[in-house]
Ligand binder design. Structure first.
Ligand code: ADP
Ligand code: SF4
Length: 686
């Protein structure tokens, strides 16, 4: 389909210093948990974005010198010439379809604990390292010689970036993580020499690095400066100072890359931040500078993007997560394929891959970071194999993704669902406070399979093993999900606790089925530590209940540190009047009270309650699978029987979509026996 002229503006070329971007789609730097450990996996991930039509594609943060590194986080290195080949592979991949290749240079200063290099950290002003993990390490204040060294290290990094084939260097000074911001901000710059004090002095280092980088690369590379739009706190580099700085140095970099304050603020989840949330902070900055401006905002709507450009707020539409969820977002807008856009749901599971030093995954795009490891592609699947038909039982995220990919591959697919809607857990969870965007997991897949003539959906079809044996399919996948437990068993309690049947004990499933109390005192026992406990606390507060959250952890929703939500969740619950009982777990549930014990001292106390809500763990609904497995399914002509998604092992939604994708990808694949099912890179021995 020819492009709708309404969106032409998004496809205009835009100059960035000596370079020209082919359009306004700008993949800002983003981590991926792969970094130096998985360079080919990262390169291939970026290549797919090039294919998907992005005009500018960036690396994640690249540490320029061994005196500042953020172990345990896995980013990229440019410590010496030996790092160039891996980065050259990335730039080649980025440029493969006409995008500009960008590299983000980082020196972490007060944020780099140097756990690996063992160097003394250097900072604008010394003090304890400001990591998430409060590492007991301090940084030394740089003297003038150190600053000269650091300028040289930046110059070397510019030259190496150019040799590695990049078009744009981005200097990282955002999220409180980069030393450029540490110089600019009075919170981290307490110097009394020519690098401290007035804004002009605090800007000196940035100016020197940009001018020297430009000279070192003979003006052939574009240079962008990535800044936080607002640093909170009395001494922080506030939005007003950011504007003063940009006005004073409007033409210093070739582009301004502006991101909210901390990483938590910049990459807010959809539960707490709408699309385009940074608009007020970035509006008007374009008038202060002749250089183009890029900003982010989890943009997935082409109309919202057009509005940002037409109303003079942004020149480039910056995107990290929307480009992860759909690397083909620009191409789909260009081709008018709006129904094919796989919109980011704003869950930050991708971020958790970096935070846990695993490898990132995406709830919406299970091919993310599997492009090289497994040869998966976000848009294409392997051609159909020898067999013909597949029955998928259960239409949650796992079943839907399996049906979508098998349908795309050309199999005859029957998707049988016991209920009357598609989406499984997502259909229920999207109705909870703040989780509406999660429904996109179901909407995208439902939209994709609807026009497929080879995929049939059967509603109201709760199948039994007997039914399935008589249906004549070649392959059967059981994707029947999981059910929340009612007996307190999870991590802290491995066995049920004594419970008086007079106390109403509920689960999230009860509340999502619209049951549960609308008043009285409810004790939520959270041994799940992800989002569900706090979401239901907010739901019950809205229903007028008095809510007590009990958790063996020292914080509420502890695992949401990995999705950058924990701080906001804890603050919201406290503000909403939820009573928090941290480092506590129930030892017995009586008729009118719960006996809690301190997890450190064992000291017990009774907490009166009208109901208890268990947010603990889930039991796989694998009865159908086990029943079938015990029968002669091969004798009935079924060639394979598998259990996938939550029915195999309950986990986050991303685990289920991955499981569905894997099932579909491996259909009719060669049996690899005990071989490793993915590629990996192994360090070359010296
Ligand atoms: P997952 O996250 O693994 O996709 P969900 O719990 O989201 O799992 O979805 C499981 C789906 O399976 C639900 O929509 C449920 O109604 C459906 N289901 C469960 N048992 C059966 C069955 N015997 N026949 C058909 N559908 C079933
Ligand atoms: Fe968006 Fe979630 Fe995918 Fe991250 S994991 S890109 S937040 S859908």
């Amino acid at each position: 389909m020819p492009r709708d002229p309404r969106y032409d503006i998004l496809f205009e070329p835009v100059r960035i210093g000596p370079k020209v971007a082919k359009n306004r789609f700008f993949q800002v730097p983003h981590c991926n948990g792969g970094g130096y450990r998985d360079p080919s996996a990262v390169a291939e991930m970026r290549r797919v974005k090039a294919e998907g039509g992005w005009g500018v594609i960036f690396t994640e943060q690249v540490e320029i010198h061994h005196t500042s590194e953020i172990t345990p986080f896995i980013e990229l290195h440019l410590w010496d010439d030996r790092d160039i080949p891996a980065l050259a592979r990335m730039s080649e991949a980025m440029k493969s379809h006409g995008a500009l290749a960008g590299i983000e240079l980082a020196y972490s200063g007060i944020n780099g604990p140097n756990l690996y290099s063992r160097e003394v950290p250097l900072a604008v002003s010394g003090g304890p390292i400001l990591t998430f993990t409060s590492d007991p390490v301090q940084a030394r204040t740089m003297d003038r010689e150190d600053i000269r060294d650091l300028r040289r290290w930046f110059r070397n990094a510019f030259v190496r970036s150019q040799r590695a084939g990049f078009d744009i260097v981005c200097l990282y000074g955002a999220h409180g993580f980069g030393i450029l911001q540490h110089f600019l901000s009075r919170a981290t710059n307490h110097r009394t020499d020519e690098y401290g004090g007035s804004l002009e002095n605090r800007a000196r280092f940035v100016r020197e690095v940009i001018e020297e980088g430009r000279e070192a690369t003979k003006g052939e590379m574009a240079i962008s400066l990535r800044l936080s739009l607002h640093e909170a706190g009395k001494m922080g580099f506030s939005n007003a100072e950011v504007r003063d700085f940009i006005e004073m140095h409007g033409d210093l970099p070739d582009l301004w890359d502006l991101a909210h304050g901390t990483w938590e603020q910049c990459s807010g989840t959809s539960r707490f931040k709408p699309e385009g949330a940074q608009e007020d902070l970035v509006k008007g900055i374009k008038d202060l500078t002749p250089r183009p401006v890029v900003g982010v905002g989890r943009f997935t709507s082409a109309d919202a993007m057009v509005r940002q450009v037409k109303s003079g707020i942004l020149d480039f539409i910056g995107a990290a997560r929307p480009s992860i969820a759909d690397p083909f977002l620009p191409k789909k807008i260009e081709e008018g394929r709006f129904e094919d856009i796989r919109e980011c749901i704003g869950c930050n599971i991708c971020v958790s891959g970096d935070m846990t030093q695993g490898i990132s995954r995406c709830t919406q795009n299970p091919a993310f970071m599997e492009e090289w490891r497994k040869g998966w592609h976000p848009e294409r699947a392997r051609p159909k194999g020898a067999s013909d038909s597949v029955l998928i039982v259960g239409a949650g995220p796992a079943g839907l993704e399996a049906a979508r990919v098998l349908g795309q591959r050309g199999y005859r697919v029957a998707l049988a669902e016991a209920g009357t809607s598609l989406g499984g857990r997502v259909t229920r969870e999207r109705a909870l406070p703040g989780l509406a965007a999660w429904g996109r997991v179901a909407d995208y897949r439902t939209g994709q399979i609807a026009p497929m003539p080879n995929v049939e959906v059967y509603f109201d079809s709760r199948l039994t093993a007997e039914d399935i044996l008589g249906m004549g399919f070649d392959h059967v996948a059981i994707a029947t999900g999981a059910t929340w437990r009612r007996d307190a068993v999870a991590r802290h309690h491995l066995f049920p606790i004594p419970t008086d049947p007079a106390m109403p004990v509920l689960t999230p499933d009860d509340l999502m089925a619209d049951g549960g109390p609308s008043g009285g005192c409810v004790v939520i026992y959270d041994d799940d530590h992800f989002y569900m406990g706090s979401v239901l606390a907010e739901l019950l507060i809205a229903r007028g209940c008095e809510v007590h959250v009990v958790t063996p952890a020292t914080k509420v929703a502890e695992w949401t540190e990995n999705t950058l939500e924990q701080g906001i969740i804890q603050a919201r619950l406290m503000e909403a009047g939820v009573h928090l009982h941290l480092s506590r777990a129930p030892v017995a549930i009586g008729a009118r009270a719960v006996t809690l014990a301190c997890t450190w001292t064992g000291r017990e106390a009774d907490l009166p309650a009208d109901a208890v809500l268990m947010v603990t763990s889930r039991t796989p609904d694998d009865g159908l699978y086990l029943d079938l497995k015990a029968r002669d399914w091969r004798g009935a002509g079924i060639r394979s029987l598998k259990v996938i998604g939550d029915a195999a092992a309950p986990g986050p939604i991303a685990w289920a979509t991955y499981s569905g994708r894997r099932y579909a990808e491996e259909m009719d694949a060669e049996d690899i026996g005990d071989a490793l099912p993915f590629r990996r890179e192994i360090a070359e021995l010296l």
